[in-house]
Design a protein around this ligand. Structure first.
Ligand code: SF4
Length: 69
């Protein structure tokens, strides 16, 4: 049986993010641009499907999904 991994965080690496805004454009309910010009995951609840899609769209692979061990 496939093991169910639990998503615990969605992280945007501020060093990699170039502020392209793909994540915000695709999922404005979960991602928002910050004053420093980088995006952040801002929703109070974790949406794995949206985060995975944003991860794929990000041109510099700055979005990381963190799962519980
Ligand atoms: S898509 Fe990637 S580079 Fe663009 S704002 Fe989002 S995290 Fe930053």
């Amino acid at each position: 049986m496939a093991e169910q991994r639990k998503l615990i965080r969605v992280v945007v690496d501020g060093h990699l993010c170039v502020g392209a805004g793909m994540c915000v454009a695709s999922h404005p309910e979960f991602f928002a641009m910050q004053p420093d010009g980088h995006a952040a995951y801002v929703a109070g609840t974790l949406n794995e499907a949206a985060a995975l899609e944003a991860e794929e769209l990000c041109p510099v692979s700055a979005i990381q999904l963190i799962y519980q061990d």
